[in-house]
Design a protein around this ligand. Structure first.
Ligand code: ADP
Ligand code: MG
Length: 706
């Protein structure tokens, strides 16, 4: 008996050749095969009479093979098979190229279905149709029906895949559905057995779509089940409570040289309310670069320290950690608890009155252990390292969307009360997506930039304006300002030596794309030999990247040529020009983020978008960037305009497959979440749902693997 776990190699009749090809597609078990879903369907369900065929239609006919012939065509390497098919209305030719074996199957006298395109040259004929012999006892797989079209790989066609799936599906015993029956009926979804059959061999299209919806729902449901379970489980945990001390907060706010923006206040309030509770906060603070997240979390951290608990603030790089530490020093320098910076290169503390002391790391960590240091700023490595806290009550992580389940588990193991968690992120992620990917987190949004920001003058520029743009750059550099130049690629594209001068249209376009190394050469040798120029890209070692960024921040460099790796969140108020080469190659949200790296200081800033693409689209995109009120809004627009594929590009956003599903079915995300909440509220441990529980565990490992 076969089950979902049966390896395909154990199934009689699947040849070694197929197994290898399937393996390449990641298919090795019955489950893999059956979950290899069609990407689309072709409707060959209506069988046409030959006499009724019209040119250019896709159709299925049924008829008898009358004649078969094969010949070499005028081009020597082309073998043409021709078959004449007859039904009671007339006859037609069908033609295949390079499939000489066809004559073994389609022998005169045989009856078969033929599905394909009706072509026309002198008379009409079927070109390269899919065919299938008609044997009365069998349901057809390839013709005279709705035909599934699968993602194909070299040498494994849709037809081949259909050929494999049908018998496996027919021999599979009834499966137990992991989704509870009541849920299926509430959501009007087919059960798993029907759905599997419908998704591969639907009798009509709506049936296939319902099946697709079921599987999409199932994945989103398990994701939400996972998220909501995490979330509810957390409410059963204990965390230290920091009741909101308003006078203390007001006093801190008075130390700031500016009022908080409305959404900074709202976010701060949401965080304070959470940390006042005795259950752990798990929240994501999302806001554009420069929207002032650090100040908000600094206040929340000081408030925790005020209640006698320690707070840890962690950033992805040393530079950003230093920057956060500086924020504490700049605004809350009189704070008396002790704020420390610990990275690979720094170990220092200030204990109030702006007195900063450089320490031995060991000594500093001892003070953390004793509780003399209340706030500790460092890199993400801090969590993994051997730092021991006396009373860690609050963890803040910058630019990391969530805490790993394991990370949390480690912390939970160590103490009975677990700290509050806050993530900060400048990556704009549309709503549906954050609900999908971070459904276990509460969300605070900073939606506006501080009011004192001068709008950045943004312009699209063409090649013709390059010289004047460079003149302007030189003037700004001479006035002491700094410049970013962003390029889409690292190295110039090498022409393919095997096929010189044969490029596809897309490749030709890419040939023009500026590379960092080329641009660096050009700018430093030819255009601005007088300026100090450095380059930055993702292939450099982390330590190299940090060095370059540090030079730039310390104004030892005038111009930085970089790929998109240039640090999110790096604050260089002296930088006033952002030049983006090949601007049409980037998504709107990305362009917006690049631009956000200038305009952070007192000087007027500029953003120049170089593009040679047709000016109309370029202008529309530019307009969108100028008009957008925040990155989130733009990300949503970007997603709508370019679709999920382009939106995600190569970037790692987490769980791409699920994300795609979520984006195509935002309403399913909401329903899946509601169902997950409904079931877990009633039965958090899923005691009544053993199958759900088992599948959830599997799902967790699958998601983890991705
Ligand atoms: P983010 O971490 O969100 O990128 P930061 O917290 O680094 O932003 O803030 C960017 C800059 O704006 C900092 O120099 C900060 O002092 C300043 N800032 C923060 N909030 C305000 C505000 N409400 N008004 C004016 N400036 C602000
Ligand atoms: Mg920041």
């Amino acid at each position: 008996m076969i089950t979902l776990e049966t390896p395909l190699s154990a199934i009689h009749g699947i040849g070694q050749k197929f197994l290898v090809k399937l393996k390449k597609m990641g298919i090795s078990s019955v489950r893999d095969l059956l979950w290899h879903f069609p990407t689309r369907y072709e409707d060959f369900s209506q069988v046409y009479k030959i006499a009724d065929l019209i040119p250019n239609q896709e159709a299925t006919i049924q008829g008898m093979v009358e004649e078969v012939s094969g010949r070499r065509a005028w081009r020597r390497n082309l073998y043409v098979t021709e078959v004449v098919i007859r039904d009671d209305s007339g006859s037609i030719r069908a033609v295949w190229f390079n499939q000489p074996y066809i004559k073994n199957t389609l022998q005169p006298g045989r009856i078969a279905n033929f599905s394909g395109k009706v072509s026309e040259k002198e008379d009409i004929y079927l070109s390269n149709p899919t065919y299938e012999l008609v044997r009365e006892a069998y349901e057809t797989k390839h013709t005279a029906r709705i035909v599934p079209v699968y993602p194909e790989t070299k040498g494994l066609t849709s037809k081949g895949i259909r050929y494999l799936i049908k018998p496996v599906l027919d021999h599979l015993p009834q499966l137990e559905d992991p989704l509870p029956r009541a849920l299926l009926s509430r959501e009007h979804l087919p059960d798993i057995n029907l759905a599997l059959h419908s998704i591969h061999f639907p009798l009509e299209l709506p049936e296939a779509l319902r099946a697709k919806e079921r599987f999409a729902f199932e994945d989103l449901f398990f994701l939400q089940l996972f998220n909501v379970k995490q979330k509810l489980a957390l409410t059963e945990q204990r965390a230290p409570s920091f009741p909101v001390d308003l006078p203390f907060i007001k006093d801190l706010l008075l130390h700031l040289p500016f009022p908080l923006t409305f959404s900074q206040k709202r976010s701060l309030w949401e965080i304070l309310k959470d940390t006042a509770r005795a259950t752990p906060m798990n929240r994501l603070l999302q806001g554009d670069v420069g929207s002032g997240k650090t100040v908000v979390v600094a206040i929340a951290a000081l408030h925790a320290a005020h209640h006698g608990y320690q707070a840890a603030l962690m950033a992805p790089t040393e530079i950003l950690a230093r920057q956060h530490y500086e924020t504490f020093k700049k605004f809350f320098g009189e704070f008396e608890g002790g704020v420390a910076l610990v990275t690979g290169h720094d170990a220092k503390v200030f204990y109030g009155n702006n007195l900063e002391t450089i320490k031995k790391k060991k000594e500093l960590l001892k003070e953390v252990k004793d509780g003399a240091i209340e706030i500790i700023v460092g890199t993400h490595a801090l969590l993994q390292s051997d730092v021991t806290f006396r009373s860690l009550g609050f963890i803040i992580i910058d630019e990391q969307h969530r805490f790993g389940v394991e990370q949390r588990a480690v912390l939970v193991k160590k103490r009975e009360a677990i700290p509050h968690f806050l993530s900060m992120s400048a990556t704009p992620i549309p709503r549906t997506l954050s609900l999908t990917l971070f459904g276990d987190l509460d969300l605070s949004l900073i939606t506006e930039l501080p009011k004192d920001r001068k709008p950045i003058i943004t312009k699209t520029v063409t090649q013709k304006e390059r010289a004047t743009t460079y003149e302007f750059v030189r003037k700004q550099a001479n006035a002491g300002r700094q410049i970013f130049v962003i390029c889409p690629r690292i190295e110039p594209r090498q022409a393919n030596p095997d096929a010189p001068e044969r490029f596809s249209f897309r490749e030709l376009q890419q040939l023009d794309v500026k590379s960092v190394t080329e641009e660096y050469e050009k700018l430093s040798k030819k255009v601005f030999p007088d300026l100090r120029i450095v380059m930055l890209h993702g292939k450099m070692k982390a330590i190299e990247k940090e060095r370059v960024m540090k030079e730039f921040m310390e104004r030892r460099v005038d111009l930085l040529v970089s790929t998109s790796v240039v640090e999110v969140g790096v604050d260089v108020p002296n930088a006033t020009i952002m030049i983006i080469e090949g601007a049409d190659r980037f998504g709107l949200a990305q362009l917006y983020q690049f631009r956000g790296r200038v305009g952070r200081g007192v000087h007027q800033s500029y953003c120049f978008l170089f593009t040679d693409s047709s000016s109309e689209t370029a202008r529309a995109r530019l307009k969108a960037i100028v008009e957008a009120r925040n990155g989130l809004e733009l990300a949503e627009r970007d997603l709508r305009q370019r679709g999920p594929g382009e939106f995600f590009g190569n970037s790692q956003t987490g769980i791409p497959d699920l994300a795609m599903k979520a984006l195509r079915h935002p309403e399913l995300v909401k329903e899946a979440r509601a169902e997950a909440i409904r079931i877990l509220k009633e039965d958090l441990k899923l005691k009544k749902y053993p199958l759900l529980s088992k599948r959830l565990a599997e799902f967790q490992t699958e998601v983890h693997r991705e």
